[in-house]
Design a protein around this ligand. Sequence first.
Ligand code: NAP
Length: 332
Amino acid sequence: MITEQIALVSRPKGFPTLNNFKFEDIELPDIQADQVLLKGWYYSVDPYMRGRMNDTKSYSPPFQVNQPIEGGVIASVVESKSGHFKPGDVVLGMLPWRKDIIASEKDIHQVDIKIVPAGYYLGILGMTGLTAYFGIMHIGKPKATDTVVISGAAGAVGIVAGQIAKIQGCRVIGITGSDEKVKTLIEEFGFDGAINYKTEIDIQKAVAALCPNGVDIYFDNVGGEISDAVINNLNFYARVVLCGQISLYNTIEAPMGPRIQPMLLTRSVLMQGFIVSNFQSQFPEGISQLGKWVKAGKLRFTETIIHGFDQLPTALLELFKGKNTGKMIVEA
Ligand code: NAP
């Protein structure tokens, strides 16, 4: 059968453009033993994919030029030569950006869409929810008296990280890129305060004003000048959870920031980077706890759903313009 795929055609320098992608028809072979034919349904776009567009060594391998982009995909089984899956099953896997996908049974697992909407398995009960959970609980180690600041607060990871910190009894302040997102964080997601970094002239002072007792945990999704401003407000024994550095993903030359080591040293601060897969063996614990909080109504979630397979590259690029609130997903 013929299907459409989206491939990387060139590696971006700086901000990616639609010209870095190409749409093409390809012929799929018949499925073999232990394989299934899938129809793509929900496709995840994530900031880490920008790193995979570069030809540099990282925790996940670079995308290959002229090969399809791959990422988290929810798909339904159309045809099966696997004893584990039957037509109609809904599965999740790291799969190529194709409308129709052949997958080996070992690369997918079934998800139950009767419990939660399918998209949740790409967000709150998937990679981004787990990132928030392990970052806050295992690295931040919150106490009820702590003040927690989250950058990238209205995104997929940030919105969950903030709510988990609230569940732990903390005061939680978000930093995000619009007044609407500030309002959403406070009114819908229970943040105690939020700052619009695009209009706030002095972020360091704004953080100090909202965190009169200083900052005990900084969950950093963005890096750059926003983080410089937060780090100047850290308390003794603060923990900095280095989750992402999105403000730097499209820079061509690494910008020079203030030397933060004296501050970390003199205030006995712990700063730890992590990749969610560091916690792979504890994923069942994370999924179980996130699921319980969702079921109990303590953890809420939101998605920005873009419609149309052809919108995938645009949706990926728009992550870097703050188009999304919560998890950005493309529905085919
Ligand atoms: P996301 O926050 O849902 O989407 C990206 C958001 O980042 C945008 O909505 C935008 O919101 C903000 N942003 C974009 N460019 C920015 C800039 N130059 N400065 C400040 N903010 C900017 O994405 P996510 O999936 O939740 O990921 C959040 C961060 O966590 C990313 O850095 C990602 O790489 C990282 N991450 C790490 C792991 C891990 O294992 N360590 C796993 C998943 C994600 P605004 O409107 O607020 O600007």
